[in-house]
Design a binder for this molecule. Structure first.
Ligand code: NCD
Length: 302
């Protein structure tokens, strides 16, 4: 198995299915009474997070602990990063403590690849800038496969701030590799240039994106990354690109609605949809722990 998980782009369909199948076993395990396995006993995992996170960080922590690893959480706000230490120095100091895995979230695209080149331990990318968020891609695919029974042949609409979304990129790579048809939908100011090169269909109209979709993935407007007037107003955005019961009716009747979180209710998604019967948002979160157990087990063993 691979020593690192840096992105979906470099994985083969077989490697992806390998992770999903392993996650399936951990998913059932997590639903059992005893959620402690000894596979990573004696291993140390450091979660090094330079950006805010609730789901991803907790999920990696729960995953490591359920596998009996020692898990240490470092967030930039309470660390020497605030004193001006570079990523390289922080990482080299952490490495001196002999961890087996560093899980990194960083605002710079390529930061985990940089650590993978310079450190001896395994690196798992928990989101790098605008680039990739591979475990989110895997948990999204896991959720779709579980709820739809397959991925190949499905139409998946990814809607919102695609420009700033590492989730959109990882999802597109993964779902395309497994044979889904992927549509990106955003106002043109929030659509990355050359998005077609990812093999996706590009649309700038919500109805066109939803038409016949089996899966609808909504994205948050990443205000912290917006540089200038990329958006007219929240109200205008919500009116044209927000998902409501009314607009969702364009998708297939049995379509599922997903969101990586955090949701901005009333902006990209209405309460009625977020909490409705088609919502798979909390299924994604449950899948996240199982997927991260599969990933940590695999990289720590490799
Ligand atoms: C996403 C992220 O950080 O890339 N969240 C997550 O990890 N579930 C999406 C976001 O912040 O909007």
């Amino acid at each position: 198995m691979a020593r690192h998980l840096l992105g979906i782009e470099d994985l083969s369909p077989e490697q992806i299915v390998g992770y999903l199948d392993a996650a399936e076993r951990w998913f059932e395990f997590n639903r059992s009474g005893d959620r402690k396995a000894s596979v990573l006993r004696g291993k140390t995992i450091i979660n090094l997070f330079y950006e805010a996170s609730t789901r991803t960080r907790t999920s990696f922590e729960a995953a490591g602990k359920r596998l009996s690893a020692d898990v240490i959480n470092v967030s930039s706000s309470g660390s020497s990063v605030t004193k001006g230490e570079t990523l390289r120095d922080t990482a080299r100091n952490l490495q001196a403590m002999r961890p087996d895995v560093i899980v990194l979230r960083h605002q710079v695209s390529g930061a985990p690849h940089y650590l993978a080149r310079h450190l001896h331990c395994s690196i798992v990318n928990a989101g790098d800038g605008l680039h990739e968020h591979p475990t989110q891609g895997l948990l999204d695919a896991f959720t779709i496969r579980r709820m739809k029974g397959k991925i190949a042949g499905l139409t998946v609409a990814v809607i919102g701030d695609v420009q700033h979304s590492r989730v959109a990129r990882s999802d597109a790579h993964l779902l395309r590799k497994l044979g889904a048809h992927v549509r990106f939908c955003a106002p043109w100011t929030l659509m990355p240039k050359g998005a077609e090169a990812l093999g996706v269909e590009v649309v700038t109209n919500l109805d066109a994106a939803l038409e016949g979709a089996d899966v609808v993935i909504m994205l948050r407007i990443q205000r912290e990354r917006l540089v200038d007037a990329m958006l007219p107003s929240t109200r205008e955005y919500s009116r044209t690109f927000g998902l409501s019961q009314r607009t969702l009716a364009r998708a297939k009747k049995d379509a599922i609605v997903m969101h990586p979180g955090p949701m901005n209710r009333g902006v990209e998604i209405d309460d009625a949809v977020a909490d409705g019967i088609q919502s798979a948002v909390l299924d994604q979160v449950e899948a996240g722990v199982a997927v991260r157990m599969a990933v940590l087990e695999s990289v720590a063993a490799g």
